[in-house]
Design a protein around this ligand. Structure first.
Ligand SMILES: [Zn+2]
Length: 56
């Protein structure tokens, strides 16, 4: 399961494999599943990652 972070009124989800952040849990879950299985990132998934990683 992706790590969840709440910042203000926004929620972020982090792929624990590659460390990228998403605003959508489903996409973060897809990324994590892909990363764990392939040990690399799927460009079609990571293009949905947030550019500015939220500070915890
Ligand atoms: Zn990932």
């Amino acid at each position: 399961m992706p790590k969840e972070l709440v910042k203000g009124d926004k929620k972020y989800y982090q792929c624990e494999e590659c460390g990228l952040w998403y605003t959508d849990r489903k996409t973060a879950g897809k990324c994590q599943a892909w990363c764990a299985e392939h040990k690399s990132c799927n460009l079609e998934i990571i293009e949905h990652a947030v550019k500015d990683a939220p500070e915890a």
